[in-house]
Design a protein around this ligand. Structure first.
Ligand SMILES: *Cc1c(COP(=O)(O)O)cnc(C)c1O
Length: 358
């Protein structure tokens, strides 16, 4: 079958090695071979950012990125905690939804979706209130903006609030200084920058952040403390998606074989350069300045008089899947992500298809 080049922000095109890993032998999740697999993944995930296993732990879940996000938010906020949420896109809104559903004490600082995070306003809000935690999106996939986590971390450090990060679309490619930014936890997934299969996700958690008597689980399935305790003891509370784990382990082997986190960032930067400059020559304007964007995904204005559906369908006929804008940006934008097993030749061909369509 002909390859469809996935330029959506996950799931990504799989390498042949990762795809073949799905065909490994059937395995019971209570057997030592599974524990070996689980431990291997947990260790490698910490190595992505060179984290000390005594200080941080990788907690593995079965579910998409949102499962990890919900587990992080509901498991780390103590009963008397209060969460400050920073929003500048759809994924920030999702965090507020989680806080509402679980009736967690929270407040949201909303930004226009095209704006970066205002750390002055953040500082002001923090000084007037008693928040225990802040939740923020690292790479806001809605617009392709890489939020200024380092500045936010500085404000957090000054006030002693704990930082919870949605790193779902940045983990493995963008810089995340866990220790320096004093990140308490970061939720992420197998099938974005790590190039695994959808169905496995994880939270990198500072062990001390879960060590609080006032933390009570708010749900059964997403209780991080329970997962951490059982995974540390070579177990698992529930059936995990064994095949997704096989694939993630193989994807992590490839990740390190190809040079690790920084190499992946450089690879994406190179790919995104081809896309941004090629589209610019075709008269298509990016939404944000290059310096504001992640290397993972960029958003672009739709060409004049070209509805998204037309562009999408023409590109799909040529073998490319692009992504629509979300929410209020749906009529104005399209997005291109460059994760996964794709080639520069494919991106060059994408540009030539754009040239022919518009
Ligand atoms: C993709 C993504 C998620 C999670 O989406 P799922 O569909 O649950 O995997 C969460 N946050 C961000 C920033 C994302 O890009």
């Amino acid at each position: 079958m002909k390859k469809e080049v996935l330029l959506n922000p996950g799931p990504v095109n799989l390498s042949e090695h990762v795809r073949k890993a799905l065909l490994k032998p059937d395995l019971c999740h209570r057997e030592p071979e599974f524990i070996e697999l689980q431990n291997s993944i947990r260790g490698k995930l910490l190595e992505v950012y060179d984290l000390d296993p005594g200080e941080y732990a990788a907690v593995l879940l079965t579910g998409s990125g949102t499962a990890a996000l919900e587990a992080m938010l509901t498991s780390l906020l103590p009963a008397d905690g209060k969460l400050l949420i920073i929003e500048n896109g759809v994924y920030g809104e999702r965090i507020t939804r989680v806080a509402e559903i679980y009736r967690m004490a929270h407040q949201t600082i909303r930004h226009d979706w095209l704006q970066g995070i205002d750390t002055g306003a953040l500082q002001k809000t923090l000084s007037k209130n008693d928040f225990s935690h802040i939740a923020v999106i690292h790479h806001e996939t809605t617009t392709g903006r890489l939020n200024n986590l380092s500045d936010i971390a500085t404000v957090c450090a000054d006030t002693g609030v704990e930082l919870l990060v949605d790193g779902v679309s940045s983990f493995g490619a963008e810089e995340l200084k866990f220790r320096e930014w004093r990140i308490a936890a970061c939720a992420a997934t197998a099938n974005k920058c790590l190039h695994g299969v959808p169905g496995a996700s994880f939270v990198i958690v500072k062990r001390s952040a879960l060590d609080n008597k006032k933390i009570k689980s708010r749900n059964l399935y997403l209780d991080l403390a329970n997962y951490l305790q059982q995974q540390d003891a070579n177990g698992t509370p529930f059936t995990q998606s064994v095949q997704c784990f096989y694939a993630l382990d193989e994807a992590l082997n490839e990740f390190f074989d190809t040079g690790g986190r920084q190499a992946r960032q450089e690879l994406y930067q190179k790919r995104m350069h081809i896309v941004r400059h090629g589209l610019k020559d075709a008269g298509i304007r990016p939404l944000l300045e290059e310096t504001e964007c992640s290397c993972v995904l960029n958003a672009f204005h739709l060409p004049e008089n070209t509805p998204y559906e037309y562009l999408h369908d023409e590109l799909k006929k040529a073998g490319f899947v692009i992504y629509a804008g979300q929410g209020e940006l749906a009529k104005k934008l399209f997005r291109i992500s460059c994760m996964g097993d794709i080639t520069e030749e494919e991106l060059e061909r994408l540009i030539s298809v754009f040239d022919a369509i518009k």
